[in-house]
Ligand binder design. Structure first.
Ligand SMILES: [Zn+2]
Length: 73
């Protein structure tokens, strides 16, 4: 079972950055997480909780680690 976007995790403001938010659990920025479950750390409480509910990270399709690519289209 999958959700198109995983954005219902608790977020906190990144100090000193007006428009940056990060996961309250694994502290990764939302821009790095990019709405995906595998964007969280493997031991992130939110990710573990989602996986426990039966959701799963998307399989590795053709992308490895391409964080920070804003120009996808
Ligand atoms: Zn997280």
């Amino acid at each position: 079972m999958k959700k198109p976007y995983y954005i219902d995790f608790p977020q906190e403001h990144v100090e000193g950055h007006m428009h940056k938010y990060r996961c309250a659990f694994c502290k990764l920025e939302t821009t790095a997480i990019n709405g995906t479950l595998e964007g969280h750390l493997a031991d992130c409480e939110y990710r573990i909780e989602q996986e426990a509910k039966g959701y799963e990270a998307l399989e590795n399709s053709n992308k490895t680690t391409n964080y920070g690519t804003d120009e996808v289209d």
